[in-house]
Ligand binder design. Structure first.
Ligand SMILES: Cc1cc2nc3c(=O)[nH]c(=O)nc-3n(C[C@H](O)[C@H](O)[C@H](O)COP(=O)(O)OP(=O)(O)OC[C@H]3O[C@@H](n4cnc5c(N)ncnc54)[C@H](O)[C@@H]3O)c2cc1C
Ligand SMILES: NC(=O)c1ccc[n+]([C@@H]2O[C@H](COP(=O)([O-])OP(=O)(O)OC[C@H]3O[C@@H](n4cnc5c(N)ncnc54)[C@H](O)[C@@H]3O)[C@@H](O)[C@H]2O)c1
Length: 469
């Protein structure tokens, strides 16, 4: 039986980063993948959804061009052509995640479903191997909401929607979280009649309420029917049934959440426990209840994003192999819903900060009507919110605007470094950009503090006038 320093189970964002990290250290590393290297992000998640959104944005821009005297662009886009663009993007990225690319870093790849046979061994397809350490990075899969008739209706999910070759006429999207909003907007722009159904009282319910409002207004302006507070109760005869009546569809896309991939992994044999939500239980170092085995990515329930899964994978491999702690700073992890406008967030919302810090929490919001770039682009509907905690430090931020996903990275640094708005404002930002939004919001706080200290400043001015006549 071969022995490895590190065996990684699952070749998605988390597992690939764990394996690459171990390979770079020179460790004997095996990556076991049951299907395709690249995981959800490459094949059915981030990459295809962003490529489809890009095509949809092009189509949307073409439709608007009639305002400038070009002939109107009627009709619906060719979904097969759009999916061709999706495949192009996947194909361009795939080689970076290939066995050959991993071999160059000293990582061996074995194909087959892995299952633990003991606390320090597992089978990888036909082979049994032993390990000093292992990382479970088996990800998550779409979970259908327990709605009678939904499973029987055979809805599309984020795994299968990419196989569509024709644009559905009426598309009902069940679930108004990030996936539902991104895909709903993409299909609407391509020409489907989209109804977005969400049980909670607003879309993207985890974000700032105003962000949900801006997104809803935009989607409705683009022709999407948004039904919130609509808990689907039954699916039959080609319609979703709920409190507001029946919503008929030609295609149904169910994006109501995800469940961790832990089945048939032999976790009992390995002494690895699950949480009540079915995720692999981990401690602050990402160790499972078997301290030789770590977990990273969606399977932990502590990440739902590629960048965080990768960060966890690298941290787990480093902790295991070198004994060097690299705790993940969850307070400062940004995430983005890539609708148009994008909703980007890091840290606490205003309500969360008030709950945590009471009156110490302060909030500044600046509308994009004050942002010259947004005015130039005719995109003033968004805003920036900065949330300040104890000692005036930035503990959270939301940016809603085109390219908010780029802007938020700087704010993530601010939260991680514990900057105040005046620390943040000291970095000069280029004009006119969308990053001006957070900059001017930070300056709002600086000006407010200046106004509060106007007595002292007035006294200083007077003193200097007196000294230097
Ligand atoms: C439509 C959509 C859009 C998304 N957009 C974004 C985005 O824009 N930005 C972002 O940050 N995140 C996005 N996400 C989330 C992101 O895709 C996931 O957080 C990320 O892919 C999770 O990585 P992972 O490594 O934990 O799991 P996965 O990528 O799921 O990888 C797990 C791997 O393990 C393998 N595996 C499972 N069981 C076994 C076994 N027993 N033996 C061997 N191998 C096994 C699987 O085949 C798979 O390859 C999106 C998700 C979806 C669905
Ligand atoms: N850009 C990104 O980073 C990105 C993009 C997509 C997904 N993701 C991640 O993937 C994960 C899964 O996303 P998701 O959108 O599938 O899940 P989600 O849990 O975020 O959203 C699912 C939505 O479905 C609704 N819902 C559930 N049952 C319902 C019912 N019976 N009737 C009506 N509505 C119902 C829920 O209220 C919820 O708002 C998330 O954690 C997300 O962060 C990230």
């Amino acid at each position: 039986m071969s022995t490895y320093d590190l065996v990684v189970v699952g070749g998605g964002s988390a597992g690939l980063t764990a394996a690459r990290t171990a390979g770079r250290f020179g460790a004997r590393t095996l990556l076991v993948e049951r299907d395709r290297l690249g995981g959800d992000c490459l094949w059915t998640g981030c990459v295809p959804s962003k490529a489809l959104l890009h095509v949809a944005a092009d189509v949307q821009a073409a439709r608007r061009a009639s305002a400038y005297g070009l002939p109107p662009v009627p009709g619906r886009a060719d979904l097969a052509a759009a999916m061709g663009e999706v495949k192009r993007a996947i194909g361009a990225i795939e080689p970076h995640d290939s066995p050959e690319a991993l071999a160059r870093l000293g990582v061996e790849v074995a194909y087959g479903a892995a299952a633990f046979t003991g606390p320090r061994s597992l089978t990888a397809g036909e082979r049994e191997v032993s390990f000093r350490y292992a990382v479970i990075a088996t990800g998550s899969s779409p979970a259908l909401a327990p709605v009678p008739g939904l499973a029987e209706a055979g809805p599309l999910t984020s795994d299968t929607v990419w196989e569509l070759s024709g644009l559905p006429h009426r598309l009902v999207v069940l679930g108004g979280g990030p996936i539902g909003c991104e895909l709903g907007q993409a299909f609407a722009r391509l020409g489907s009649q989209v109804t977005l159904v969400e049980a909670m009282d607003r879309l993207t319910p985890r974000e700032e309420p105003r962000a949900s409002e801006v997104l809803r207004e935009r989607l409705e302006a683009e022709g999407v029917t948004v039904l919130t507070g609509y808990q689907a109760e039954r699916v039959d005869a080609g319609a979703v049934h709920g409190p507001g009546g029946a919503v008929p569809y030609d295609a149904l896309l169910a994006v109501t959440g995800r469940r961790a991939n832990t089945r048939a992994l032999g976790l009992d044999a390995a002494g690895v426990e699950l949480t009540a939500t079915g995720h692999v239980r981990t401690d602050g170092r990402l160790r499972t209840t078997n301290h030789r085995i770590y977990a990273a990515g969606d399977v932990t329930g502590r990440s739902a994003f590629t960048h965080l899964g990768g960060t966890q994978g690298g941290a787990a491999a480093t902790d295991a192999l070198l004994g060097v702690r690299r705790p993940v700073d969850y307070r400062a992890v940004p995430w983005v819903t890539y609708t148009d406008p994008e909703i980007a967030r890091v840290g606490l919302t205003a309500d969360e900060a008030r709950e945590q810090y009471g009156d110490t929490a302060r909030v500044h919001t600046l509308g994009n009507d004050r942002l010259d770039r947004a005015v130039a682009d005719g995109r003033t509907e968004g805003f920036t919110t900065l949330v300040l905690g104890p000692r005036g430090k930035i503990v959270g931020a939301t940016v809603v605007s085109p390219r908010a996903g780029e802007t938020i990275a700087h704010l993530a640094a601010a939260v991680r470094r514990g900057w105040t708005p005046s620390d943040y404002a000291r970095t000069v930002h280029p004009y006119p950009g969308y990053a001006d939004g957070p900059w001017h919001t930070a300056l709002t706080d600086v000006y407010a503090r200046l106004a509060r200290g106007s007595g002292a400043i007035g006294a200083l001015l007077k003193l200097r006038r007196g000294v230097r006549r």
